[in-house]
Design a protein around this ligand. Sequence first.
Ligand SMILES: C[S@@+](CC[C@H](N)C(=O)[O-])C[C@H]1O[C@@H](n2cnc3c(N)ncnc32)[C@H](O)[C@@H]1O
Length: 274
Amino acid sequence: MTMTAAGFDYIRRLVLEQSAIVLEEDKQYLVESRLLPLARREGFDSIASMVAWLMARKFDGLQHKVVEAMTTNETSFFRDFHPFEALRKSILPELMPKRAVSKELTFWSAACSSGQEPYSLAILLQEYFPSLADWRLRIIATELSEEMLVRAREGHYSQLEVNRGLPAALLIKYFRQRGSDWQIREDIRRRVEFQILNLAEAWPLLPPMDVVLMRNVLIYFGLDTKKKILGKIRQLLKPDGFLFLGGAETTFNLDDNFERVQFDRTICYRLPRA
Ligand SMILES: C[S@@+](CC[C@H](N)C(=O)[O-])C[C@H]1O[C@@H](n2cnc3c(N)ncnc32)[C@H](O)[C@@H]1O
């Protein structure tokens, strides 16, 4: 039995309130395909009966699982490649002399999913910037989904996941084989500080950032939420820091206080220089 119109509305409202993710009216098939496995796991005979059960109760554990089930967690190592090339070839060489006295650099991977993005960054720093060995490098990685955070903290990936984007030489060097899977080396794993953070709610205290990677998450939000989040990033970014968005995302018409910077085949954003 599929969901009623009222049931679908309830799910859309729940997901919007808890995560700011906008589910368009034509996404009922998506909602059903994501909720069916959850309904089965939770012992309901259909999605409709799970939704009816939810609608009769206040927010608790199962509502939370529904929100998690509606997040899209697609990610990969060195996703899109060019942003990481820009970091390696241009951005870090530009920032390092400016931070030579403090010897500190802070990165934020916002909406890090299962951790491939912050680990790609940690590997990049280790592999290409040996002169940063005595610096204080902080990689803060945050995510809404607790399930994803558990996976990210474990740093445990299938063969299929490591095949996506990770050069073989880096796999051999920075991962240990665990049966048919791979786990990231302990010293690299400890470089990343994972924490739960809902971008649509009040943010915990975060340090000023040199580089923010907030990729492939704004696309799920409505206009006002995007604007609010970009405004908050502006407050957090150091005056000479950089923001990366996903390939389908932009600050254009949302927050025109950012300046676009093109590095070879990628675009990122920074605050206009005074
Ligand atoms: C498509 S993944 C992007 C992962 C990674 N940034 C990348 O580009 O490969 C989007 C992630 O955003 C997370 N997300 C969705 N809504 C969120 C919110 N309100 N606050 C924080 N993270 C959220 C999802 O759980 C999901 O893991």
